[in-house]
Each structure stands twice: as structure tokens, then as C-alpha cells.
Design a protein around this ligand. Structure first.
Ligand code: FE2
Ligand code: FE2
Length: 165
């Protein structure tokens, strides 16, 4: 079945959205490194890599459907945040935006009867539930630490542990 061109365009846009998210998380990793919180930095860096994997999943899917991959520019991310909690709030809001993007993509694929694309997107629907849960949980922990540098450092040590990756 011929690949729907509107779906192809929307999937290319989602490659860009995932790479944009990756770039924002890498900037957050740099912010945490500058804030002397290497555990948080490591966590965000790993997450930046995960978003590249998401982009590549869609890239591979487009190629398999004999579509054309078309890469657009990625915007410059924010370099600093008012606090670790502010960074986490931005991250959670971004994940919620990505969830909305995936939902829109799914609706489009549904409308034009792109069943294969819908099937591929099921993975992303599930992933976004995990992503929102993960970021919400970390934000709650950072908010619980409040202004205590000691609590933040304890949390930082936990995030540095391999099991948390
Ligand atoms: Fe993603
Ligand atoms: Fe994500």
C-alpha cells in the first residue's frame, strides 16, 4: 500500500520533535553539570540519547515504507534554569507536548487508514505514559528536596547509580 504523504510529512515532523527534545535534555545535562549535580547530568544525558533512539525508530519506519526522510533545523535550547525544579517542570511539560503530538499523529493515521503507522505508534503511546510518569516522579522528588542542597545531593547520588538509568 502506498505510503500516505500527509502521514509521511507528519512523521518527519515527529523526527524533528524527538531530536528537539534530545537537544533540550542535553542542554539540561549541561545545566546540571554546571550546577555540580553530576547524577542529574548523567540522567539527562542518557535521556537525550533515548530521544535520539525515538527519532531513529521513526526514521527507520519511513525508510521501510519507501518514504523520504527529510530533516529540518533544531532550535537552540534554553541554556539555564532558575532551579533544578524549574528544569524538571520544563521537561515534564515537554513530555506532555510530545504525548499530544503522538496523539495527533495517531488520529491522522487513523483518519487515512494507515494501519501500519498506527501499529508503530502504539509503542510511542505506551512510551509516553512511562515518560510522563518518570518525569513527574523525579519532579516530585526534587520538589520534596526544596531548597536543601543536602537533599539534592542525596538525590543526585541516587541518580548516578546505574540501576536508575
Ligand atoms: Fe521521545
Ligand atoms: Fe521523552
Amino acid at each position: 500500500m502506498k505510503f500516505d504523504q500527509n502521514v509521511a510529512a507528519a512523521l518527519n515532523q515527529q523526527i524533528n520533535n524527538e531530536l528537539q527534545a534530545s537537544y533540550v535534555y542535553l542542554a539540561m545535562a549541561a545545566y546540571f553539570d554546571a550546577s555540580k549535580l553530576p547524577g542529574f547530568a548523567k540522567w539527562f544525558r542518557a535521556h537525550a540519547e533515548e530521544e535520539i533512539d525515538h527519532a531513529m525508530r521513526i526514521y527507520d519506519f519511513i525508510v521501510k515504507r519507501d518514504g523520504a526522510v527529510s530533516l529540518n533545523g533544531v532550535a537552540q535550547p534554553e541554556k539555564t534554569y532558575a532551579s533544578p525544579a524549574a528544569a524538571l517542570k520544563t521537561a515534564l511539560a515537554m513530555e506532555e507536548d510530545v504525548t499530544a503530538q503522538i496523539h495527533k499523529l495517531f488520529e491522522l493515521a487513523h483518519d487515512v487508514k494507515e494501519y501500519g503507522t498506527q501499529n508503530m505508534l502504539h509503542w510511542f503511546l505506551e512510551e509516553q505514559i512511562d515518560e510522563e510518569d518518570l518525569f513527574r516522579h523525579l519532579l516530585e522528588q526534587v520538589e520534596a528536596a526544596g531548597d536543601s542542597r543536602w537533599h539534592l545531593l542525596t538525590l543526585d547520588r541516587e541518580l548516578a547509580a546505574p540501576a536508575k538509568q
